[in-house]
Write a protein that binds this ligand. Structure first.
Ligand code: SAH
Length: 504
């Protein structure tokens, strides 16, 4: 795609617009540069999903200014870019929206010119156009307004030496779009009115425009400041003044999507998860991917090893997952044994995937109950064998629930449970998800397979707070209920589109 040789010297600094938030609004050029960046220097208003496009080993330098933290001055940032430009081939300076629209990109470019560092500019979709567009407000409209001004709302309008020509903004342009204006909105509006703009002019504030959490408050020049204060609208927000705001009534497409504003957890099951997530996002939902998990050894592996070494001591071995099968056979091999050690043992596999895993090890399961529900396993076992006095090994997850062993024991079986593996979260997201659930900040948790239910419960537990649980079909629902999760929505047709229809 790019014509630069790979090992350019000196380096190059790219002043790149990240767009307003929605990662879909990133330009192709920006995505391409991020993918091969050595260093990314970024601000507070760059969405994490955009930042995640840089290589995992790229250095990330945060120079943001939000949250009142002591931050670098613009001079320090300029100097940093010059220094990085000397040391690295590709430095991406990533800014929210467009780098040259209230982004101080011009100052950084001047510093690079002065230091003789080559640079390029990649324009971005600016918030002043995108946030109104996502609120259903075209900034110009034939027959309504033919001009638009982008202004900073941050200057103190009463301070002498303001760079804004208020007479022009009041009377000379159609639409006025204010950046950084929540704090001074009332003062700015007073100046517009003093300059001749009608107090009845429609106006709107768009907070977190293009994000799933976008909020819009609408009114007129005279009513908007109070409404914004009442709604608690804060930065980042764009304020639009002009008759075009009236079009929102008919054009508010983004917020009228059926799942707008809903937070939905998608639990990963192979490749389907990303299609499912994309479909939910297209309907307006904010999708949280359930954290990636890792399967590791149980805290104490000795019981598994012993159960494998004495394989022939059991009448039945019950496997509840592919992971359990894999780890049991490893333990067999470590004891110098192989599948022949199970000659006199009956094998029970729960679900077809588990059965297939046993066949891969060269054995054939004697019993394959369809469903991971204690009753169904029990029923199947009872049909096959006399449970009284039967010695049954359960090889499964460390945190598995005790319903199945308890019921088997009630029927007189002698049950040995061993932890074959442990499901652990891969990263900090699991704790974050638990907190969100506890705070009632999640609307729905979705499951597309029994295996995802088990992984989810292993890592997060079965308390979903006020969230609803949606399942792809009766088998997944049964697993969920078995593991203590309530099921509120079940697809009538057991496919991803079926599940989406049920959720809608
Ligand atoms: N270079 C950026 C603007 C940076 S100034 C651009 O081109 O968009 C920061 C201001 O941008 C914020 O105070 C807010 O007014 C606006 N802004 C940035 N992202 C926004 C968003 N997603 N929704 C609403 N306003 C946003």
């Amino acid at each position: 795609m790019t014509s630069e040789p790979a090992s350019e010297a000196p380096g190059r600094v790219y002043l790149v617009g990240a767009g307003p938030g929605d990662p879909g609004l990133l330009t192709l050029r920006a995505a391409e540069l991020l993918a091969r960046a050595d260093v990314v220097v970024y601000d507070a208003l760059v969405s994490p999903q955009v930042l995640d496009r840089c290589p995992p080993d790229a250095e990330r330098v945060y120079v943001g200014k939000r949250g009142g933290e002591h931050s670098r001055t613009q001079e320090e940032i300029n100097a940093l870019l010059v220094e990085l430009g000397r040391r690295h081939a590709a430095v991406v300076r990533l800014k929210g929206g467009d780098p040259f629209v209230f982004g101080r990109g011009g100052e950084e470019a001047l510093a690079l010119v002065e230091a003789g560092i080559p640079f390029e500019v990649v324009p971005g979709v600016t918030a002043g156009v995108a946030a109104p567009a996502y609120a259903g407000i075209p900034v110009t409209h034939r027959g309504i307004t033919a001009s638009v001004a982008f202004a900073t709302g941050h200057e103190d309008p009463d301070k002498p030496g303001s760079h804004l020509d208020w007479d022009q903004l009041g009377r000379g342009v159609g639409t006025v779009v204010f950046y950084m204006s929540v704090g001074r909105m009332a003062a700015n509006f007073d100046r517009l009115v003093a300059a001749g703009r009608s107090p009845d002019t429609p106006a709107a504030a768009v907070e977190w425009g293009t994000y799933p959490r976008q909020r819009v408050v609408q009114g007129t020049v005279s009513t908007l400041p109070a409404r914004v204060a009442e709604a608690g609208i804060g930065a980042p927000a764009i304020v639009v003044v002009g008759d075009v705001v009236g079009l929102r009534e008919r054009l508010a497409w983004f917020e009228s999507r059926p799942l707008f504003g809903r937070r939905i957890v998608v639990t990963r099951a192979r490749a389907q998860a990303s299609d499912f997530a994309a479909a939910l996002e297209a309907l307006g939902a904010e999708v949280l991917q359930f954290p990636t998990i890792r399967i590791v050894d149980p805290a104490d592996r000795e019981p598994l090893r012993r159960a494998a070494a004495e394989a022939d001591r059991f009448d039945w071995i019950v496997f509840t997952s592919v992971n359990g099968v894999a780890r049991y056979w490893s333990a067999l091999r470590e004891s110098g044994l192989d599948t022949r050690a199970l000659a006199g043992v009956s094998l029970c596999a729960i679900g077809p995937a588990t059965a297939a895993a046993i066949e891969m090890e060269g054995a054939r399961p004697d019993l394959v109950p369809e469903r991971y529900v204690a009753e169904s396993v029990l029923e199947a076992l009872e049909r096959e064998a006399d449970l009284r006095g039967a010695r049954i090994l359960l090889a499964r997850a460390e945190t598995a629930r005790s319903v199945l062993p308890d019921t088997l024991r009630e029927r007189g079986a002698e049950v040995v449970e061993v932890a074959a593996y442990r499901t652990v979260p891969d990263g900090a997201e699991a704790q974050e998800l638990k907190t969100l659930l506890r705070d009632g900040a999640i609307d729905m948790v979705t499951f597309t397979a029994s295996s995802t239910v088990r992984n989810y419960v292993d890592v997060i537990g079965s308390d979903v707070g006020r969230a609803e649980v949606a399942s792809i079909g009766p088998i997944t629902s049964a697993t969920a209920r078995e593991l203590g999760l309530p099921v509120h929505v079940e697809a009538a047709e057991f496919t991803i589109p079926g599940l989406i229809r049920a959720i809608r």
